[in-house]
Design a protein. Structure first.
Lengths: 225, 224
């Protein structure tokens, strides 16, 4: 209990430090001024979300292969946490877009594909709620998770190809293209902090899932008596 | 190697079941017709406007229709309790999928081909000169829709709210098909029609990737 609380406090401290760094350490961007500082959380959340989905995919594969309950628990934990991070991306995006581009939303390639990705994982979680039997739920959702994950690069590729056919309404300067050194350090610190938060949340959610399956088992045994 | 003969027998069964009643084809055609008429109210179907909007409308209608059409694919086996018999009848469960995917592709292609002349007349787009290219796009897209859709209908058939669930699983997964087919079709409907090879390549890649995934994971979808 104490150990978990300590780790939680450490993660919170890291996230707080990343927030501090993005406001007070990173230099101000010339054209977008203060609003650009949302970038350190926006892009870092996207990275953390994608990592969570990748772990989810690996857990799905492992479940299909090994049929061990823990992989299913890990997969659902990663999907939920990844979805939370991508939701943060979809919320901070428009907050940044309004002052920078003048509009909240544009059907730009990256925005659209992130939104489709979000929908795919919503469907994954929805599917899980609609299958009663635990083993079947685990297997079928793992298979859907695999299909969804291999679809992601195709979605990104297709939408990018389609949107670059038209002149983009606003051109977003790629963050990787030329970051100022301090900005770069702050960004990678944010990435680290949010990954720590992601791992912490997944571990907590995994524990919860474990308790939940144990409870389900006990309940079933009680019903059988 | 008994996969192909098995698949051929199962395909024959799928086709016979459908052509005996023609329920699936009739309802899908009527559904797409309704969508086509309803869509005409949402914009001014002049020739220029149609060239711009009609490809999207066409593929959206096909996609929605296919999410209905693929419903009974595994549900029928479940209702008649024939899934176990099917599994026992073939050594490789991929044969079941192969037969169903082929049958669904044929059904989708048939509806598309039957509705294309009507669509061309109603929306005032020239199709005759680019028919062979359109056929290629129709084939690749229908194949992609069938591969992914058949796999997902095996999943949704085992869940609650299955009728609602299949479109929810299928439509986001098929976004690439919608995006690319629409774009390729639009280029073909252009005043100076041209072929977007990259798009056609994309559709082929989608088909190959999902067919491989189905081949790798298909047997788990049918586990009892």
């Amino acid at each position: 209990m104490w150990k978990r609380a300590m780790i939680g406090a450490l993660v919170l401290f890291l996230v707080g430090a990343a927030a501090y760094a993005s406001f007070y350490v990173a230099p101000e961007e010339r054209t977008m001024r203060v609003i650009q500082r949302i970038f350190y959380f926006h892009a870092a959340s996207a990275w953390a979300g994608m990592t969570a989905f990748f772990i989810c995919f690996a857990a799905n594969l492992l479940y299909v292969w090994r049929r061990e309950e823990r992989w299913d628990s890990l997969a659902v934990s990663c999907a939920e946490v990844g979805l939370a991070f991508i939701t943060v991306v979809l919320i901070t995006g428009p907050i940044w877009a309004k002052p920078a581009w003048g509009i909240y939303w544009t059907w730009d390639a990256r925005l659209t594909s992130t939104f489709v990705l979000w929908l795919l994982y919503i469907s994954y979680l929805l599917l899980r709620t609609l299958i009663e039997e635990p083993d079947r739920r685990a297997l079928l959702s793992a298979l859907f998770g695999i299909f969804a994950f291999i679809d992601v690069p195709i979605v990104f590729g297709a939408i990018r190809w389609w949107r670059t056919q038209h002149p983009a309404p606003v051109i977003m300067g790629g963050p990787g293209s030329g970051l100022e050194p301090t900005m770069r350090k702050v960004f990678f610190f944010s990435v680290l902090a949010l990954h720590a938060l992601m791992v912490f949340l997944i571990a907590e959610r995994y524990r919860l899932e474990k308790l939940r399956t144990d409870l389900e088992l006990v309940r079933r045994e009680a019903e059988a008596i | 190697m008994s996969l192909l003969p098995n698949t051929a027998v199962l395909l024959g069964k799928e086709l016979r079941t459908e052509f005996r009643s023609r329920e699936l084809l009739t309802t899908t055609i009527v559904f797409i017709l309704i969508v086509m008429v309803l869509f005409s109210f949402t914009f001014e179907p002049t020739s220029d406007e149609s060239r711009r909007v009609a490809p999207g409308l066409l593929w959206l209608a096909f996609l929605f229709a296919s999410s209905l059409m693929l419903q009974p694919c595994f549900l029928r086996e479940q209702h008649n309790d024939t899934l176990s018999a099917l599994r026992l009848s073939v050594s490789d469960p991929f044969g079941i999928f192969l037969a169903k995917v082929t049958a669904n592709t044929i059904f989708l292609l048939l509806t598309e081909l039957l509705l294309l002349p009507l669509f061309a007349l109603m929306y005032n787009v020239p199709v005759v000169s680019v028919l062979h290219w359109l056929l290629l796009v129709f084939f690749l897209s229908s194949l992609g829709i069938s591969i992914a859709g058949t796999a997902l209908s095996a999943i949704s058939a085992q869940a609650r709210m299955r009728e609602l669930l299949l479109p929810l699983l299928m439509l986001p997964l098929l976004t690439p098909i919608l995006v690319v087919s629409t774009e390729v079709t639009r280029a073909l409907f252009d005043r100076g029609p041209y072929v977007k090879w990259k798009g056609i390549g994309f559709l082929a890649v989608f088909d190959v990737v999902f067919l491989t995934a189905l081949w790798l994971f298909g047997e788990y979808l049918l586990e009892e």
